[in-house]
Design a protein around this ligand. Structure first.
Ligand SMILES: *Cc1c(COP(=O)(O)O)cnc(C)c1O
Length: 445
């Protein structure tokens, strides 16, 4: 029986187009060939369900399927416009990649010469180009290794260099990085023992030297990326630890967290990789997707003999970076200023102008709003800027918008900070906000 033949007194749900009819629509069939049958079937069933619930009429099902296929992303992860002003937002995927790094991901997605020399046809060192880019960015390092993330770099460094021996860490640096993960637990999980020294607020050189004389296997400094101790405090600079470690013949490891390749005047307390090495660190660690602005990765830079020990360790194979990360790191280091640093350095007056232009189109109030570095550093450092304040009721509509826009809800208002949104998308933001305002108006009526 054809759907069109249904008598008017019948349950209208009987007129919902059948799955095989929808799948036979030429546009739907083309989508099935491109995206796979399973994905398209899911879209078809969702549209049929909407009709069964009465959200759309049976006549609208075909259009709903075509609309949904037109806007469907390749995975269920949806792109988000980050209007929080938090530059490295862990819940939003940390660093957005530069267009060049995104292209590098695509280029590397198929077969690629990641571990192969096309000139000789022989196997080559994995990720040689990414390693070369790191060494070019940090000439003070003798060698480099790239692993899966910062936590892997830390676990590999401590277990390969200290084994079941003791690694010395100040009590002020035993940090939790988020979601309940604590770096001391991570280190201890490999069997390395932690020798805590000093007090939460103050650790002195003598605390370290006592532990070194007591037979420690390594000394580790960890940058307190996400909190600050202020007031009556004292810590020992890397430069002062280098001598005692060298004299004792044990490595000095510095986990700087965020991956700056040069000191940044906006973030005076944030350490950088070259300075830590110049101060005498034997090995420095950092994440790839914080202020380095690249893909998720753990970067290890330092003495050639130490990197060689790490690379030989069995865990190195379990933690190695994938070809996509290697490609994106190289492109991030060699390409233009990565988005995270550009957003961080955005001129507040330029932000104010963009926000005022948005307000002129959609209304709302332009208010001062501090940005933040976020997940990866610059703890508590405000970065001055502006936001558009709209009614809080708009926030869920914007999150459900196309594209999704995530702002901050505070004091009954939804704040939209344009810092981390590329300027060429300001028009898209205005359209999406206008659509959300119309939707909110519709709900209020
Ligand atoms: C973020 C951070 C880590 C963990 O790095 P991931 O890349 O998130 O695994 C380790 N140490 C410090 C100091 C950090 O800030």
């Amino acid at each position: 029986m054809s759907a069109d033949a249904a008598a008017p007194e019948e349950d209208p749900r009987r007129r919902i187009p059948r799955t095989d009819h929808l799948m036979a629509d030429p546009a739907v069939a083309r989508a099935a060939a491109a995206m796979g049958e399973k994905v398209v079937l899911g879209v078809v069933r969702a549209a049929q369900d909407r009709a069964r619930r009465g959200e759309i009429s049976p006549d609208e099902v075909t259009d709903a399927v075509l609309d949904a296929l037109g806007t469907r992303t390749a995975s269920s992860l949806r792109p988000v416009l980050n209007a929080t002003g938090v530059v490295v937002h862990t819940n939003l995927g940390r660093a957005p990649l530069s267009p060049l790094a995104q292209q590098a991901l695509l280029d590397a997605a198929g077969y690629t010469d990641v571990e192969f020399d096309l000139a000789t046809g022989a196997r080559s060192r994995r990720g040689a180009a990414a390693r070369a880019a790191l060494l070019a960015a940090c000439p003070g390092a003798e060698d480099a290794l790239i692993v899966n993330n910062g936590a892997a770099a830390l676990a590999l460094a401590t277990t390969a260099l200290a084994g079941t021996g003791e690694v010395v860490i100040s009590r002020g640096e035993l940090i939790e990085i988020g979601a309940g993960f604590r770096l001391p637990d991570l280190i201890a999980s490999t069997g390395t023992r932690i020798r805590e020294v000093g007090a939460t607020n103050r650790t002195h050189l003598a605390d370290y030297t006592r532990a070194i004389d007591g037979g420690a296997a390594a000394v580790l400094r960890i940058h307190a990326s996400n909190y600050r101790i202020t007031g009556f405090t004292s810590s020992v600079p890397v430069a002062e630890l280098a001598g005692p470690c060298r004299d004792a013949g044990i490595p000095l490891i510095v986990d700087i967290g965020s991956g700056l390749f040069a000191p940044d005047p906006l973030l005076p307390d944030e350490p950088d990789l070259p300075s830590a090495l110049a101060d005498g660190a034997d090995l420095v660690l950092a994440s790839g997707d914080k202020l380095l602005g690249g893909p998720q990765a753990g970067i290890l830079l330092g003495r050639a003999d130490i990197i060689a020990r790490l690379a030989r360790h069995p865990l190195a194979r379990a933690m190695r970076a994938d070809k996509l990360a290697l490609a994106a790191i190289e492109a991030t280091l060699e390409g233009p200023t990565p988005p995270v640093l550009a957003y961080l350095r955005t001129d507040p007056s330029a932000l104010r102008e963009r926000t005022e232009r948005l307000a002129a189109r959609v209304g709302g109030e332009v208010v001062p709003h501090d940005g933040r570095v976020g997940g990866g550093g610059g703890a508590e450092v405000p970065i001055s800027g502006w936001a558009l304040a709209l009614p809080a009721a708009l926030a869920p509509l914007l999150r459900g918008g196309d594209p999704a826009i995530v702002g901050t809800v505070r004091d009954g208002r939804c704040l939209l900070d344009l810092r981390c949104i590329p300027e060429e998308l300001d028009g898209t933001v205005a359209q999406t906000v206008a659509a959300a305002l119309t939707e909110a108006q519709g709900k209020a009526d």
